[in-house]
Write a protein that binds this ligand. Structure first.
Ligand SMILES: Cc1cc2nc3c(=O)[nH]c(=O)nc-3n(C[C@H](O)[C@H](O)[C@H](O)COP(=O)(O)OP(=O)(O)OC[C@H]3O[C@@H](n4cnc5c(N)ncnc54)[C@H](O)[C@@H]3O)c2cc1C
Length: 378
């Protein structure tokens, strides 16, 4: 009998756990450890913010894994020993024959300071009630959607948030009294994607009257006067500021022998294998050249890692990850586009994005429904 331990219950962890369960006999034990006892897709947060649908409606308990033959331990991991494939957690110590590390990325909110009225971490689900309430009561003024640092999780998310916030304000009848600005330190919205895709995004934003400011590195937020200052001397006053934090390695990863010099884990891009025997790493806690931090990629590498471990255990075949994938970018009017292609292509990723449409929006809805059903049973 083999024991497999999955650290993290997000896209990467759930995909790995299910691939293993699908492949292995029930005598082999699969246990998932996570400090959050629920799962939802990232974009459900923006849907909650703009009133499309409450977050709770797209949230499922990880306890549902038990019914699918995957043990769930709700505990905080304090330390990882990859040589022993062991962890110390708030619920005790655990060890296994194989381990998949899928603990996601942490957010660097230092520039945001203590979030208070008017300025929030857009990615923090606990801030959603406050953000939603402020957006609903915003009668006039400026909403700034600001990328705080690079890299960040889900490159299209700031533009998606800008489209949906602008649409919400327009529907509330305040479109002519409010302004939406989106800022990024990068020279274009999605630099990796090439000029055609960037024109499509920039034209879409301009078409909705959203002010796209590139090359703006936020340096300071003055909560008292509601003023955002940027490295080049630009200042923007705001009524509501929605910040996208830069992604940083979680402390438990950065402090472990798994981390490279930059604090991220650098696994084999096709299997998730690390330098430690039986230890794999996938998703936002890893750095893979040319791969954005997004759920689809965490899932794809999670599946490949699961298949590779299953092959080691049962001697069957395994499927490596080929670097293909897509990220949704929702526009206004229930339309979405998908940035898709071959992210491992040489000499650079081959990416494309068609005009946004209702069919891709339906694909985005189905993406969530399929994962909630397949991974957590409803
Ligand atoms: C607004 C928004 C929109 C997005 N839209 C998309 C999209 O359209 N398409 C897409 O593919 N991606 C999208 N994403 C990105 C996507 O959500 C992430 O890339 C994805 O969740 C990463 O998966 P992961 O498994 O690596 O990590 P996560 O999903 O972050 O999971 C990490 C897991 O580890 C657990 N954990 C962390 N630290 C500890 C610890 N110390 N002890 C115990 N457990 C711990 C957490 O509880 C969690 O279960 C979006 C994200 C946001 C915020």
């Amino acid at each position: 009998m083999a024991k497999v331990m999955i650290l993290g219950g997000g896209f990467g962890g759930l995909a790995a756990a299910h691939e293993l369960r699908r492949r292995l006999d029930t005598e082999h034990e699969i246990t998932l450890v996570a400090d959050d006892d629920r799962f939802f897709v990232g974009y459900a947060k923006v849907w909650d913010l703009v009133g499309t649908r409450p977050l709770a409606q797209g949230t499922r308990p990880l306890g549902a894994l038990d019914a699918q033959g995957i043990g769930f331990v709700n505990a905080r991991i304090a330390a990882i020993d990859p040589a022993q494939r062991a962890v110390e957690t708030s619920a005790g110590s655990f060890a296994a024959d194989y381990m998949v590390v899928a603990l996601g990325a942490a957010g660097d909110t230092e520039k945001l300071g203590a979030a208070g009225r008017g300025a929030h971490d857009l990615y923090d689900p606990d801030r959603l009630p406050a953000m939603r309430s402020e957006l609903e009561h915003l009668d006039s003024g400026r909403v700034v959607v600001a990328v705080l640092g690079m890299p960040y999780v889900c490159p299209p998310a700031p533009y998606e948030a800008a489209f949906l916030v602008e649409e919400r304000l327009r529907r509330l009848g305040r479109g002519d009294r409010t302004e939406v600005v989106v800022t990024t330190p990068m020279p274009s919205p999605l630099p990796m994607a090439g000029p055609e895709v960037n024109d499509l995004v920039a034209d879409g934003l301009a078409g909705q009257g959203i002010d796209l400011r590139t090359g703006l590195a936020l340096s300071r937020i003055d909560h008292e006067s509601r003023l955002a200052s940027f490295a080049d001397g630009t200042t923007l006053d705001y009524t509501l500021l929605l910040a996208i934090p830069g992604a940083v390695p979680p402390e438990v990863i950065a402090n472990s022998p798994l981390a490279g010099e930059d604090g991220w884990i650098w696994p084999d891009p096709e299997t998730g294998r690390t330098a430690f025997d039986g230890v794999y790493a996938v998703g936002d806690c890893t750095a893979v050249e040319n791969l954005p931090r997004a759920g689809v990629f965490a899932e794809a590498l999670g599946r490949a890692a699961g298949s590779s471990i299953a092959a080691e255990i049962d001697g069957g075949g395994s499927t490596a990850y080929d670097g293909s994938g897509y990220c949704f970018l929702e526009f206004d009017g229930q339309r979405a586009a998908a940035l898709e292609g071959e992210f491992f292509a040489q000499p650079k990723p081959r990416l494309r994005m068609a005009e946004p449409d209702a069919a891709t929006y339906a694909r985005k809805e189905a993406f969530e429904a399929e994962r909630l059903r397949e991974w957590l049973g409803s």
